[in-house]
Design a protein around this ligand. Structure first.
Ligand code: BYC
Length: 329
């Protein structure tokens, strides 16, 4: 899909007027829409963030989908299936939002499959027990909500609007994860141990979902100046720690971090050191499940070729019918 004509850059005069209007809209905290003039760097950075986000939703289906057949009851299977299906929907809203910036979904998918695009680090960790499904819902979807609620106010209209619906669904996902853990926490000792073990393993990776520390986050400053990101990575991570520090008490379980505390002086929650070398390894494709996730994504893409061909043939037939009807009228 080519960029809409109105967003393409023109003469120096057009660009200067466009830049001025863009700056005014950002200063007023208004929205930028697909047909508005926008700086190429803004378009590029948004395409980067939204497509990475879309890829995360799609790859994020894999670790949980593996557990649909092993969920402990019919009700749990139905709930998990609905959740995984929601994630597919989130991916589609986000690819659609990214397409309005002028990059086709096929191109974004090709980049993912070629290993050129990023997706969230969190989905490169293994899901070992049923309690992990609870921990993913509570911690991973919880981190997603903390990160994404401010994105509902992102300056780019299609992204902000997509985030509103996604956040509503993520709230439900988080509660279903918490409820799984609550049931295990109130079960036998073996079930409590399984829930605690899952929290122990998912705690640090979920904190790393917020991205590198602020002094090592090359995109944050500009993204915040453009009103895409509203808070820094560390600010959001600190909020999340505060949220789960309270909630874990309701479970009667603990966070595997003796350094979690509220700092009265800074007004922020603090946590112990995170292993940023591990984070870099995961981003470089060397996490525990990177190879498996990518292989599965490639297989799914190849297996789905017939669906894409059939959809294209159907769209072509409909277009020819519509053209014939117009000619006849
Ligand atoms: N994993 O300058 P920074 C979900 C990259 S889906 C991988 O701070 P930025 C769910 C970053 O891209 C959750 N890469 O970047 C789905 C950048 O690389 P490039 C996904 C990461 O963009 C299914 C570099 O590191 N959520 O919840 O300002 C089931 C430097 O970072 C990560 C979103 O995508 C990471 N964790 O901030 C269940 C939310 N962190 O592009 C649940 C939208 C950083 O320069 N995205 N990188 O090569 C954002 O809010 C921001 O993009 C981030 C990073 C906070 C993630």
């Amino acid at each position: 899909m080519a960029a809409p004509a109105a967003t393409q850059h023109g003469s120096p005069d057009v660009d200067a007027a466009g830049q001025q209007l863009f700056d005014e809209l950002i200063a007023q905290d208004s929205r930028i829409e697909p047909r508005d003039w926008m700086p190429e760097a803004y378009r590029k950075s948004l395409t980067r963030q939204i497509s990475q986000h879309a890829h995360s939703e799609i790859i994020g289906m894999q670790p949980e989908a593996n557990w649909i057949t092993r969920a402990p009851s019919l009700k749990r299977k139905a709930i998990l299936m609905a959740k995984v299906q929601d994630e597919a929907g989130h991916g589609l809203y986000l690819y659609s939002a990214a397409e309005t910036l002028g990059t086709a979904r096929d191109k974004m998918t090709e980049d993912l499959i070629a290993g050129k695009a990023r997706y969230s680090s969190i989905f490169n960790y293994p899901v070992l027990t049923w309690a992990d499904i609870g921990a993913i819902g509570w911690l991973v979807d919880g981190a997603a909500i903390c990160n994404q609620v401010p994105l509902c106010r992102a300056s780019y209209g299609p992204y902000g609007r997509a985030m509103v619906r996604i956040c509503k669904e993520e709230s439900f996902h988080q509660r279903q994860g918490f409820e799984i853990l609550l049931e295990l926490a109130n079960g036998t000792q073996a079930q409590r141990d399984m829930a605690q073990d899952a929290i122990n393993r998912w705690y640090a990776p979920s904190l790393m979902m917020f991205g590198p520390p602020d002094d090592d986050s090359p995109n944050s400053k500009q993204s915040m100046a453009w009103n895409i990101k509203r808070f820094s990575n560390d600010e959001l991570r600190s909020r999340f720690v505060g949220m789960i520090a309270e909630q874990v008490r309701a479970l009667g379980l603990t966070l595997p971090d003796p350094d979690v505390r509220f700092n009265e002086d800074t007004g922020r929650w603090e946590h112990g050191p995170l292993d940023w070398e591990e984070f870099k390894e995961v981003l470089a494709g060397r996490g525990p499940c990177n190879a498996q996730r990518m292989e599965r994504r490639r297989e799914a893409h190849e297996d789905g070729a017939w669906v894409r061909e059939a959809a294209a043939a159907y769209a072509d037939k409909q277009a020819r019918r519509a053209a014939t009807a117009t000619e006849a009228a």
